[in-house]
Design a protein around this ligand. Sequence first.
Ligand code: LLP
Length: 413
Amino acid sequence: MYYHIQSIPLTDLAEQFGTPLYVYDANKIIEKISILRDSFKNVNLKIKYACKANTNLAILKLMRKHGVEIDVVSPEELRLAMMAGFEGSQITFTPSGVSFDEIELAAELGTRINLDNLDVLEKFGQRFGNTKGALIRLKPHVFGGGNEKIMTAHPESKFGISIHQKDEILAIVEKYDMKIIGLHQHTGSDVKNADAFTKAASAILEMAFSFKDLEIIDLGGGFKVAYQEGDVVTDMKEVGEILTNAFLNFSKKYGRELQLWFEPGKFLVSESGTFLTTANVVKTDPIKTFVGVNSGLNHLGRPMMYGAYHDIFNASNQDETEQNEYRVVGYICETDTFSWTPEGKQGERLMNKVKAGDIIAMKNAGAYCFSMASQYNSRLLPAEVLVIDGEAKLIRKRDTFEDIVRNLVDVEI
Ligand code: LLP
């Protein structure tokens, strides 16, 4: 539990900016960047922030200021990255199943592109030959990730070109004399055991000997962070050591040292975020007590989408002598429980006594929370605040009704 962010009380933030409100702590992000750098200090490391986790411009600028580059998945993320000041060469485009127009656009802007199917590889070869380098996204046939929906490297995954299609890949590369500058893989999200990373890395490094122009090995993201006390997380020291050794051994055999890239999202931003809501009602029912807050699955969808656990606490009441079990729910007109159990079921949380008007805070709200929010039930998207150098800065205004109707075309019916 924490009641302050950089010495600003959460309740003050709620009062100043209103709720629902996303608040991000810049110090936490900076700390995570240095943990990652430290874990891979013996290799030529580049961190490419997977900005799908949180695309707020201020977060992108913060990454850039701290020497982190960026991974994007759509032309719009690409434009946001450029708005934040990233140059084409600092941007990686890792799309899945997009039209070739998007790939062409990204290539013309000078980004590094991860080609993820044979058809696109062939088109890239036809269009650019050896005039532009590209990376290939491989599917290493490895199981890793917190749940089925966020596993990306297993045999049935839609992502990447299977390592079993090596001959087809090499035939296309040779046919168009392509310059393949890197190999990429991404195991999944919430990958806690070093084993999955090691297996995926070995598959990629073994394949790498078949490509002579490599500059980059990109091992994706997916490091697991703690969502609750005592949670098993990726042991960065262990993963750092294992992958560094494997990579340096490979480099020796390959004949030169390449750059090692990672593209984490959650690891860098999840823990920086706190979602502040207000308890609208405390509803006592014969079986359980509900706390209904002024938000729902429209703003923070991870619990309902993945059964994800987010710590929840009463930021308005630090008195631990009176606690109750509460089921924390949203205001959406379908079931939208925030309080899931560690076993992935809807449940209750022990919280300091809640009364209507209290500020209910949810942790780990920095990654895939605002970026997956919607206007469902015609509700307004929340505001976002970044606390940096002890100061709370508004980095996104709360939606207004105009944002909901902006693109509606009012036709005569
Ligand atoms: N690289 C690629 C190619 C990816 O697809 C992803 C995430 C990442 C990197 C970053 O993964 P991370 O380090 O954040 O785990 N919405 C889900 C997570 C979806 C991840 C999609 N791809 C969630 O809230 O759990």
